[in-house]
Design a protein around this ligand. Sequence first.
Ligand code: ADP
Ligand code: MG
Length: 246
Amino acid sequence: MTSIEQIALQYRSIRCNHIAQGLADLLRQAEANEISCLAFAEALVSHEQQRRNQRRIEMNRRKAGFPVDKRLAEFDYRHQTTITKRQVSQLLDFQFIDERANLVFIGPPGVGKTHLAIGIGQEAVEAGYKVLFITALALVEKLELAEIKGELKKQITTLQKFDLLIIDELGYLPMNRQARYNLFQLVNALYEYRSVIITTNKDFTAWGEFFADDNVAVPIVDRLIHHSHVFMLGGESYRLKHKREG
Ligand code: ADP
Ligand code: MG
């Protein structure tokens, strides 16, 4: 008679590793619950599917590169009253990603822009989307390095594979001409193709100046804000408040 181990090996040979690994347990449960052959057939395949999904999400979470773990559940809307829980919750059907729309969080330091961006990003990963979190500075460096190696196109293609790119702290530091050009190439490649979340301390009116007002600034801003939901955040810094109260 064929043993469980032998059958498990067969499952493994066709890459159904989760069935292979769980086979003994699944069989025991099936026998204990006296489920039908059909129900057992279904239990095997859904076990494999669920585990594969979980693994993919875990992998996507690692690849997303979130600098810290920030959850929307921990966001306090009593402190931050310039955005409502309802506004944020409405984003979580991820229609904006499916429609390749962008989110822009504008406001002074400490008002929760990055927290919201990471929180939304984490939820998107859980929902099965591929997300990349990157600071504007790191992004500019990445593009610059690629450009020097003559691999800008390749780098952009890699970044295009993410459903959602979170660019944190755009506008905090000035960029040179080449950096702006590289960023323009990326923004252009993502336009109406992928979603971007931007956090920035600069109002759009100041963006021209931040991009040093050359002919690349206007189209970058134009492409980012076309099809975008803009959230102007105000209030006092959460960090400062808690330092005082702490
Ligand atoms: P910003 O990106 O706007 O400068 P952050 O999102 O980094 O601000 O927020 C600064 C710190 O304060 C983070 O640790 C963040 O988790 C926390 N924080 C900010 N706003 C809130 C809030 N409304 N509820 C809970 N924590 C908050
Ligand atoms: Mg921030």
